[in-house]
Design a protein around this ligand. Structure first.
Ligand SMILES: Cc1cc2nc3c(=O)[nH]c(=O)nc-3n(C[C@H](O)[C@H](O)[C@H](O)COP(=O)(O)OP(=O)(O)OC[C@H]3O[C@@H](n4cnc5c(N)ncnc54)[C@H](O)[C@@H]3O)c2cc1C
Length: 348
């Protein structure tokens, strides 16, 4: 018997598999369409303060410290760099936005997360910062593809990864475990990203997933020690290449990039005063729950069926921490916190 079947090798499934293997558990991961997953195309940005109103992510330090430590450990194991700490240079887009920032600054909660507020036109040769800007810290980005491919190679070398679509009809749930295609697994954990909304075990959960588009651009020598943001963002990947995004579309949940998405991103990046050459353009769907919290835990009626999902726009910040929580729940029975526990949806 194999201890765990994990369905999906995005960051949720990858981190969970990694943690379970560290606990000497046997796993099998099954995944298909991996190259189009949200995790593979993601910019992997970690940003303490987001949105027009500069909202500080609740418990940010807990997630950030854990994620940074985990990425460091993985870098040592795999011999590659995954996480780059980089400040975010955020230009104020409107006076209203700037006023919001001023209020946040006065309240004092954002003190640990910014280094400096710059006057208007400080970077005017490089960008339109006519209302000024703020340099956010405790931020950076994860090289998502490199990380996912390292996990994939690790699992493949151990014969712990199969490239196939799991079909829900073929599960046989018994007292002894879950049978799937002639193999018995102790437990199954679905880490399917937005496709969980088509999974009959979990299609009753209140998903509110959102499609996003992203591009890879070539831009010459631009403040490449910073992530740049003025509504749309650009992340310096090295060699004059940048990841740039993004869009939010709640209908048409597919992975097709569109001309409209491309235009929206390029228009939004006009604040950066340089030529931009589009190298590629992709789309995927962020898995989001209506209350915007992750969802972890056991199916209310089927004790061997589980879910780890709902990482939303903060997957690269939260996946390391919650994968560990999920592993401790599965292996040691440590209860999952109420705010992310699937039990909060019981009775729906
Ligand atoms: C354009 C864009 C930009 C983003 N930028 C950021 C960012 O800057 N920072 C950040 O933190 N987050 C960002 N995100 C969000 C982030 O990508 C997600 O939070 C995260 O990737 C979700 O990971 P996941 O493993 O839950 O799902 P996914 O990455 O979607 O992985 C699920 C996997 O399960 C597989 N699967 C599904 N069903 C089955 C089945 N039946 N059988 C086999 N396999 C199956 C899929 O093929 C897929 O590979 C972005 C997302 C998008 C779309």
């Amino acid at each position: 018997m194999i201890d765990y079947l994990i369905v999906g090798q995005g960051i949720a499934g990858s981190f969970l598999a990694w943690n379970l293997v560290q606990q000497n558990k046997t796993v099998m991961v099954m995944d298909y369409q991996h190259d189009q997953s949200s995790s593979m195309i993601s910019a992997g940005i970690i940003n303490p303060i987001t949105g027009k109103r500069f909202a500080l992510t609740p418990e940010f330090d807990k997630f950030y410290d854990y994620a940074r430590q985990t990425y460091k450990e993985l870098e040592a194991v795999f011999g590659d760099q995954f996480f780059e700490e980089k400040p975010i240079l955020r230009c104020f887009k409107t006076q209203d936005e700037k006023d919001h920032w001023q209020r946040k600054e006065d309240e004092g909660f954002v003190d640990p997360y910014y280094q400096e507020v710059y006057p208007p036109n400080k970077f005017e040769n490089e960008m339109d910062d006519a209302l000024g800007s703020v340099l956010l810290t405790r931020s950076g980005f994860c090289h998502s593809q490199k990380l996912l491919i390292s996990f994939r190679n690790f699992l493949s070398e151990k014969n712990r990864l199969r490239n196939e679509r799991v079909s829900y009809d073929n599960f046989e749930i018994t007292e002894a475990g879950v049978k799937y295609q002639g193999e018995t697994y102790g437990d199954v954990i679905f880490c399917e990203g937005y496709q969980a909304q088509f999974n009959p075990f979990f299609d009753w959960l209140p998903f509110n997933s959102v499609k996003g588009e992203i591009m890879r651009l070539e831009m010459d020598g631009y403040l490449n020690s910073h992530i740049l943001n003025k509504g749309k963002w650009a992340v310096p990947l090295g060699n004059n290449q940048w990841a740039a995004g993004s869009t939010y579309i709640w209908d048409h949940l597919d992975c097709q990039s569109t001309e409209q998405g491309k235009k929206e991103i390029l228009d939004g990046l006009k604040f950066i005063r340089t030529e931009k050459k589009v190298l590629n353009h992709q789309a995927a769907v962020r898995p989001v729950m209506q209350d915007q919290r992750p969802v972890l835990g056991r199916h209310p009626k089927l004790s061997r069926i589980h879910i780890f999902n709902g990482l939303g726009s903060k997957g690269f910040l939260m996946a390391p921490y919650y994968a560990r929580r999920m592993e401790k729940f599965l292996v040691e029975g440590v209860p999952i916190e109420d705010d992310v526990n699937i039990d909060r949806f019981n009775g729906i």
